[in-house]
Design a protein around this ligand. Structure first.
Ligand SMILES: NC(=O)c1ccc[n+]([C@@H]2O[C@H](COP(=O)([O-])OP(=O)(O)OC[C@H]3O[C@@H](n4cnc5c(N)ncnc54)[C@H](OP(=O)(O)O)[C@@H]3O)[C@@H](O)[C@H]2O)c1
Length: 161
């Protein structure tokens, strides 16, 4: 198993990296900015904007991933309200770009979901719904969702069956 983690600087991403290191899993951690994850050595980190096709291709070509754990998102509700276009660009279009790359590599795509009963009218929630619907409407079925509210154990996120 070769895993790409997106959003490795974030709250969840940092836990995913820690789990990979503790369990000696092969992975590359990615986020938009520089590596700010104290758990992640720089040599296991590549900067990758999920809206940048070229950067996505470079990371995929480096690891030849079998699995993607997609934890990158703009998750700040207030920020999303103020910047709906950016929210859509990252949470919807960035997710779609990554999903497309997964298909080229026949890799499993796991998207970190969101309790869709919460904040239904928020830009953030709407972006997560659209991103999920795009997966559901695809012919490519090698993907799964993990709902953090239900699946609080990090280990669960590494079950891909
Ligand atoms: N936290 C919760 O309560 C909760 C609940 C349910 C679901 N979720 C979902 O779980 C996932 C992770 O949440 P979190 O709390 O860990 O979020 P977070 O702490 O806000 O982290 C988000 C990460 O996404 C990265 N990111 C933002 N824009 C990016 C871009 N254009 N390209 C690449 N990376 C980008 C950020 O990278 P930089 O820091 O480098 O900019 C950051 O590392 C999200 O999908 C969220 O919707 C979270």
């Amino acid at each position: 198993m070769r895993i790409i983690i997106t959003g490795s600087n974030g709250v969840l991403g940092q836990k995913l990296v820690k789990y990979c290191i503790a369990n000696r899993l092969t992975f590359i951690a990615t986020s938009k900015g520089l590596n700010r994850n104290p758990n992640c050595p720089d040599y296991l980190y590549l900067s990758m904007d999920v809206c940048n096709k070229l950067e996505i291709n470079q990371v995929f070509d480096t690891l030849y991933p079998t699995h993607i754990l997609h934890a990158a998102a703009i998750s700040d509700l207030d920020f999303c309200e103020k910047h709906p276009d950016l929210c859509h660009q990252v949470n919807v279009e960035g997710t779609a770009l990554l999903f497309h790359a997964c298909q080229q590599f026949e890799a499993h795509f796991k998207m970190i979901s969101w309790d869709l009963t919460k904040n239904l009218d928020s830009e953030y929630s709407k972006s997560k719904v659209v991103a999920q619907k795009n997966l559901e409407s695809s012919d490519y079925k090698n993907w799964s969702l993990a709902n953090l509210e239900q699946d609080s154990e990090i280990e669960f996120l590494f079950k891909f069956d």
